[in-house]
Design a protein around this ligand. Structure first.
Ligand SMILES: [Mn+2]
Length: 352
């Protein structure tokens, strides 16, 4: 049995709204999704698992018809979808009432359910979101539904507001494979068995690193998985350390060379540290016009971290957790200010 596990495609999103590449990204996300379907067909995959947030918002009937058409190209593959916190499924929504013409099943939002496929002796258990949040620790308690079959758990969550789970409990799961979605950074929680596959494409500047899907193969009951990078672009942080003898022209040349080496398609944040003898102001406009540069952050602008904005944008990830924890402990305190600046420097400026 061969499967593909992906999540957080976020069809319909325009990443980095207002930036010159934003609309192209919306299209690219769709194209990458299509490439996964082509891979699935080429590899004659049995099962395509989509672990939530396939859409960035609850989909219209038109969006569903579009995806249904793409999935109908699969001759051998069954697709199982759950709705996540972005594309949550209300009882009267188009998604809850859509009849797929492709071999696609969307698991119910009312209850935990399972699909058993006799031909591949595989049982997929899971459920969809019916709202933007779900704080229950359901994932830790779901049990495999079909004895003697290959049991898969399909779930979306992993932070306090979205089905919080314990990695430790999940490592002891009785499921043969746990296909997780929601956190955009891929993570192998237990090798070949419990995997957060990460978003298919990076969605914002915190999504640094490779993105793709998981390809899995089960031979004689043994699962082997592999991460397949497929995203069109990568977000990268470029750390520029300015030394006393650096001139602005030298630095511009250096950054230009680095971007050409790393790939002109990628989206960059330039993080500038230090000063030269003259205390020159470094103007990166010529590069911003030429490449995809999300922002230039200098040390002097670091007091301008907009904590609320950063929190709003990062609730699902480590940065959000960090801000939240510190804000609870040291609100409006000098120590807080230092700690938050120092911590955000590390979290936001980690080069990948
Ligand atoms: Mn999500």
């Amino acid at each position: 049995m061969k499967f593909i596990h992906m999540a957080d495609v976020h069809l319909g999103i325009q990443p980095d709204k207002g930036k010159p590449w934003s609309e192209a990204r919306e299209q690219e996300i769709k194209e990458t999704f299509v490439r996964v379907i082509e891979d699935a067909e080429a590899r004659q995959i049995d099962l395509l698992l989509i672990a939530g947030d396939l859409f960035h918002m609850p989909p219209s009937e038109g969006m569903l018809r579009d995806v249904d058409y793409m999935l109908s190209k699969l001759t051998n593959t069954k697709t199982i979808i759950i709705a996540g916190n972005h594309d949550y499924m209300k009882p009267d929504s188009p998604m809850a009432n859509y009849q797929f013409s492709s071999k696609t099943i969307c698991l119910s939002a009312d209850k935990i359910s399972n699909v058993y496929m006799k031909d591949i002796n595989t049982c997929v258990t899971g459920f969809s979101y019916n709202s933007k949040e779900n704080r229950e620790d359901i994932i830790d308690h779901i049990k495999p539904a079909k004895q003697g079959a290959f049991n898969i758990l399909l779930a979306h969550g992993g932070d306090a507001n979205h089905l919080p789970f314990s990695k430790k409990t999940l490592r002891e799961t009785n499921f043969d494979y746990v296909a997780l979605g929601h956190i955009h950074k891929p993570e192998i929680i237990k090798e070949n068995q419990v995997i957060m596959c990460g978003s298919l494409e990076p969605i914002d500047y915190t999504d640094t690193g490779a993105r793709g899907y998981i390809f899995g193969e089960v031979v004689d009951g043994i699962v082997k998985t592999q991460f397949i990078p497929i995203a069109k672009r990568t977000y990268m942080n470029l750390l520029i350390n300015i030394k006393p003898d650096h001139s602005p022209a030298m630095i511009l040349d250096l950054v230009d060379r680095q971007i050409r080496n790393l790939g002109e398609d990628n989206i960059y944040r330039i993080l500038v540290k230090g000063h030269n003898h003259n205390h020159d102001v470094f103007d990166f406009t010529s590069l911003t016009n030429k490449y995809n540069i999300y922002e230039v952050v200098t040390e002097d602008s670091r007091d301008e971290y907009d904590i609320n904005k950063i929190y709003q944008e990062n609730q699902d990830n480590l940065i959000g957790k960090f801000v939240n924890q510190l804000s609870d402990n040291y609100y409006n305190d000098e120590v807080y200010k230092k700690a938050i600046n120092y911590g955000l420097d590390v979290l936001l400026k980690t080069a990948q």
